[in-house]
Design a protein around this ligand. Structure first.
Ligand code: ADP
Length: 355
């Protein structure tokens, strides 16, 4: 095939749900690249489409080339990046060495600039997490893995590429309420909801408008956990808040073990989701069927960020809040005074990159 003719395939460096990633060498000039072989047509299509829109943004992975093979697999030729933010965090955690504030700020600014680029192009990433933030040996951070991305099309934009995703209708006839006991509250959801999620996950299909089953659970926004189908860019901003908190503490903010546990952790910190926190939330599809007992004394985000400065806590609070409309945008945060105050962010070249 064309890939084989142009690239030498070397060792496998990673694999995910629908993809295998290999290190490769471009035969014409020896350039080291990542060859991402994607086995799912829809996620390949999404990734290529989103990356094409975002080329030229310094904090988004470079797509050099791509091929469709006869077996319907796609192969993306990406710039090779040696490590990721999850490794930066776990190395620091293992060494019990918090990341210096001046380094933290530079990582955050790079993430914000990448997310801002996505959102300016109306690309919703939907799976932001430390392991999808790749890092070059020079400390440049690049957003990667757009396999779950969606391009939000406004009236007047060409939405034809997205039509296939509107074609399946939810069969909601056999709702059977079940109760799930969790520490700190009772949650109820319907059996068909659970089936639906599993089905979506298995088939990678979409129901209604957007699927609510996207992203890695720990970074998933509350509106998604409550089944929203008309969510927006704000779901990425919630994930961003979870990532920033993890950079600050070297621990995941909400490490839920199941979707209900995910919500109960969030509620334990932020309090119950009700109309006083977010006007309109009671209209979320699963609001009535997932109910938690009243949390009298929510722990507050401060308690999740011990020993961090009020400015740092304030930054996380601007992202990790129930009402999507109240979350700060990436652009707003890029201009936040936090990044212009001492200690100033280090230059990219001074970031310590794991070997
Ligand atoms: P998936 O969509 O299946 O999660 P990813 O794009 O996250 O696929 O890639 C899976 C793994 O492959 C990543 O965790 C990473 O280790 C590796 N990888 C992906 N892209 C690159 C790249 N550009 N350079 C180096 N390694 C990469």
């Amino acid at each position: 095939s064309e890939v084989i003719a142009k690239y030498e395939v070397m060792e496998r460096v990673g694999s995910g749900a629908y993809a295998d990633v290999y290190r490769g060498r471009r035969l014409s000039d020896g350039l080291i690249v990542a060859l991402k072989e994607i086995h799912d047509y829809q996620s390949a299509f999404r990734e290529i489409h989103a990356l094409q829109l975002l080329q030229g943004s310094p904090n988004v992975v470079v797509l050099h080339d791509y091929f469709y093979r006869d077996d319907d697999d796609a192969v993306l030729v990406l710039e090779f990046l040696r490590t990721d933010l999850a490794t930066v965090i776990s190395d620091a955690a293992k060494a019990s060495q918090p990341l210096p504030a001046a380094e933290l700020k530079r990582w955050m600014l790079q993430i914000l600039s990448g997310v801002d680029a996505c959102h300016r192009h109306m690309v919703l990433h939907r799976d932001l997490k430390p392991s999808n933030l790749l890092i070059s040996e020079h400390g440049l951070l690049k957003i990667a893995d757009f396999g779950q991305a969606r391009i939000l099309t406004e009236p007047g934009f060409d939405a034809s590429n997205d039509n296939e995703e509107y074609s399946r209708v939810l069969d909601d006839t056999n709702n059977k309420d079940i109760n799930i006991d969790i520490p700190g509250g009772n949650a109820t959801c319907t059996a068909s909801d659970i089936d639906r999620e599993e089905e979506e996950e298995e088939q990678g299909k979409e129901l209604g408008c957007f699927t609510s089953c996207v992203g890695t659970r720990w970074f998933r926004a509350p509106e998604l956990l409550y089944g929203s189908r008309d969510y927006g860019l704000e779901v990425d901003l919630w994930s961003l808040g979870c990532i920033f908190a993890e950079l600050l503490t070297l621990q995941p903010l909400f490490p839920g073990t199941a979707d209900i546990d995910q919500l109960s952790r969030i509620i334990g910190v932020l309090g119950n989701l009700d109309e006083s926190a977010w006007v309109g939330c009671s209209e979320l599809p699963d609001y009535g069927i997932i109910s938690f007992s009243k949390v009298e004394n929510p722990a507050g985000l401060e308690s999740c960020l011990p020993n961090r400065s009020p400015d740092e806590v304030a930054l996380v609070k601007r992202l990790v809040c129930y009402d999507p409309a109240k979350r700060a945008t990436a652009m707003e945060l890029l201009h936040d005074k936090y990044f212009r105050e001492e200690p100033l962010p280090v230059p990219v070249s001074e970031l310590r990159v794991p070997l």
